[in-house]
Ligand binder design. Structure first.
Ligand SMILES: [Zn+2]
Length: 285
């Protein structure tokens, strides 16, 4: 019997355990913040100038305790919530959304991200990227490969939750998991069950490069976290809790600006070198 290894590629663990973990917003401040978020949202969707929006954002984010995200003075306009369609996204739509974003981007695209994008496109074209109902609830994606033939291209499995997440937080942010797995495909020569943590670092680095383009000033993630906190407070539901958990994770990735921080994050997420667990008929390190 062939033994397949699944690279433990969970974007995050502890799904639903404590959706607000790691977020330091005092509950008593949420009313006031809610008002300001609404004001900010109106400004974003209305005719306010970039500098008006920036001032509002600075007032809001400057007072959210615990967050280290600072709104940059050169805010170049927010393309959301218009970018959030409120509809589930297919794998194809996730990829198209990323391609549109890159076409819109003027700066240099980091080489590892460019390579991972090529894998994302090629693997999608060849039917190697699919929503996979067999993924565990807390596993957002996986690059699945044959351990004995790791140079042979594997496949990317995405949790169906990504499709719902896209409706709530936008396709671009939800694409983060897709590009993470595509980076594993690109780095497949170095995949190793014994060195799981080491192999996660370049994948998270590439994921962060993607976020640097999708959310260049870390404003989207910050803003959406606050929106989800408010929603969760007023109308608690599992989709919002899931979105908040995912956004908290993305904020951590955005903050991990060097390999040491990425390593600490990977360890905190529960990745362990050489650790395997049964996963159906497969082995998941
Ligand atoms: Zn991974």
């Amino acid at each position: 019997m062939k033994v397949r290894a699944i690279l433990a590629a969970a974007v995050f663990l502890g799904w639903g355990a404590d959706p607000a973990a790691g977020l330091a917003v005092e509950p008593q401040q949420t009313d006031e913040l809610h008002e300001e978020v609404t004001e900010l949202k109106d400004a974003v969707t209305g005719s306010a100038t970039d500098s008006d929006v920036h001032e509002l954002a600075q007032n809001l984010f400057g007072r959210v305790p615990g967050t280290q995200i600072v709104v940059a003075p050169n805010l170049r306009g927010w393309d959301f919530p218009r970018g959030i369609k409120g509809q589930r996204a297919s794998v194809d739509q996730l990829l198209k959304s990323a391609d549109n974003r890159l076409a819109f981007y003027n700066g240099d695209i980091p080489k590892p991200l460019e390579q991972a994008m090529n894998y994302a496109r090629g693997m999608k074209r060849d039917g190697k990227v699919n929503f996979d109902p067999s993924l565990k609830d807390n596993q957002m994606g996986a690059y699945i490969y044959l351990v004995q033939q790791k140079l042979q291209l594997g496949r990317i499995a995405l949790n169906r939750a990504i499709s719902y997440l896209a409706a709530k937080i936008g396709e671009g942010l939800a694409f983060s998991t897709f590009i993470h797995e595509a980076a594993h495909a690109d780095n497949r020569a170095n995949l190793s069950v014994e060195r799981t943590i080491e192999t996660e670092i370049p994948a998270f680095r590439t994921q962060r490069q993607w976020l640097g383009i999708e959310d260049p000033y870390a404003e989207k993630v910050c803003y959406l976290r606050q929106v989800m906190i408010n929603e969760q407070r007023e109308r608690p539901n599992p989709d919002t809790a899931m979105a908040l958990t995912y956004l908290n994770h993305l904020a951590e990735v955005e903050d991990a600006d060097n390999d040491q921080k990425i390593r600490r994050m990977v360890e905190k997420l529960g990745y362990r070198d050489g650790q395997s667990s049964r996963y159906g008929s497969e082995v998941s390190p």
